[in-house]
Ligand binder design. Structure first.
Ligand code: AMP
Length: 123
């Protein structure tokens, strides 16, 4: 696994973040560059670099991200209208911070599909 990321500094409270949820395993804070009226990142406190590093031993930490997302959706009142959760993986997925995180986007209808420039045939 590669070096730690800026998210470790947020977990350790070495740099500020607008934290909206915290428990033993999971942290949620506002994205610094929001792409929707509500844009929160939900992360495991234990670093997992990418989705490719998810395995049987750490899968529960990933499951917790969805448990927290569901709680936040209800708490902030958009569970019924709906929302988008996204986890990017590596370069083609648009990942820039190598500590997995669930993007929670809500507060408006989301566009679909995200794949705008079709350069290859689909399988
Ligand atoms: P990704 O591109 O999927 O890896 O997402 C990384 C996200 O982290 C981006 O949406 C950034 O805006 C966000 N981000 C980076 N640094 C910070 C920070 N210090 N506080 C909050 N969000 C951040």
């Amino acid at each position: 696994m590669t070096d730690s990321t800026i998210f470790d500094k947020i977990i350790n409270k070495e740099i500020p973040a607008e934290i909206i949820y915290e428990d033993e395993h999971t942290l949620a804070f506002k994205d610094i560059n929001p792409q929707a009226p509500f844009h929160v990142l939900v992360i495991p406190k234990q670093r997992i670099a990418t989705i490719n590093d998810v395995n049987e031993d750490n899968a529960h930490l990933v499951g917790n991200l969805y448990v927290v997302a569901a709680k936040l959706a209800k708490q902030h009142g958009f569970a019924e209208d709906g929302y988008r959760v996204v986890m990017n993986c590596n370069e083609h997925g648009g990942q820039t911070v190598y500590h997995i995180h669930l993007h929670m986007l809500a507060g408006q209808a989301m566009g679909w599909p995200p794949y705008q420039n079709k350069k290859k045939e689909l399988f």
